[in-house]
Design a protein around this ligand. Structure first.
Ligand code: BTN
Length: 247
């Protein structure tokens, strides 16, 4: 069993930034430290985006782990474990849950959860990992600039107790992390592939300035996505930010 510590804040700029400060000060020694807040004033998304979340309506939290036995080359396993944990909780409520590579959680074609993982490295291993999670629970109105948001409330026409959902998510992540640490993660990649958004379906992508039609076949050993281009039948591999999905 991994030891856990939960810090609940009313308001903070970003739980990922708060988590970074805690790590610097080495303040908490538990295996997993959760920082959760009602409000972020500068919530961060991937690729420098802002993460929008109405006060008190959603889960905005960061999880600190120190997985010093995970090699840098295997760091995508952290993404896999966290995505699977969240997807499996949501599946208890909803049909149509999938994982959009690398680690967005989707309900059909809409995004319900974003994950921002920031790793610190030591030698060839991961010294610490801050896993930021923004899960839309009760928010039903989003800025027009957010491409395709959804939430549990939008999907299920019902409101949920944020603390209850947080407990389910935090326990499930602890479970998946302990499996990862105890080398019980052999099946994770297959579980991830089964839930991979658009896998096996002809879809449109953009890499640099090139648009192409392809079929997602899977991920390679480093977590890069593998897409077979439809015309040439070439199997291409892309890292994060190297390819975009075009809807
Ligand atoms: C994404 O763009 O999909 C990633 C979103 C991550 C948002 C969460 S909310 C809690 C944590 N703190 C942040 O500032 N960002 C992450």
């Amino acid at each position: 069993m991994l030891s856990k510590y939960i810090i609940k804040l009313e308001s903070v700029s970003s739980t990922n930034d708060y988590a970074r400060e805690i790590l610097k000060n080495e303040a908490y020694k538990s295996d997993i430290v959760y920082v959760t807040t009602n409000e972020q004033t500068k919530g961060r998304g991937q690729v420098g985006n802002i993460w929008e979340s109405n006060k008190g309506e959603n889960i905005t939290c960061s999880i600190i782990i120190r997985p010093n036995m995970i090699e840098i080359a295997d760091q995508f396993n952290i993404s896999i474990a966290v995505s699977l944990a969240i997807a499996s909780v949501l599946e208890e409520y909803l049909p149509g849950v999938s994982i959009k590579w690398p680690n967005d959680i989707y309900v059909r074609n809409n995004k319900i959860c974003g994950i921002l993982i920031e790793n610190s490295l030591i030698g060839s291993c991961i010294e610490s990992s801050i896993i930021g999670i923004g899960l839309n629970v009760n928010q039903t109105k989003f800025s027009a600039s957010i491409p395709n948001p959804t939430s549990l409330a939008i999907e299920l026409k019902n409101y949920f107790n944020i603390d209850d959902i947080f407990t389910l998510i935090s326990n499930k992540i602890a479970l998946y992390m302990s499996r990862l640490y105890n080398a019980e993660s052999a099946g994770f990649k297959n579980e991830y592939l089964k839930k991979l958004y658009l896998k096996g379906e002809k879809s449109n992508f953009k890499a640099g300035s090139i648009f192409f039609e392809g079929i997602i076949e899977g991920i390679n050993e480093y977590g890069m996505i593998e897409i077979r281009e439809c015309i040439s039948r070439t199997l291409m591999q892309f890292g994060f930010k190297e390819v975009e999905y075009i809807h």
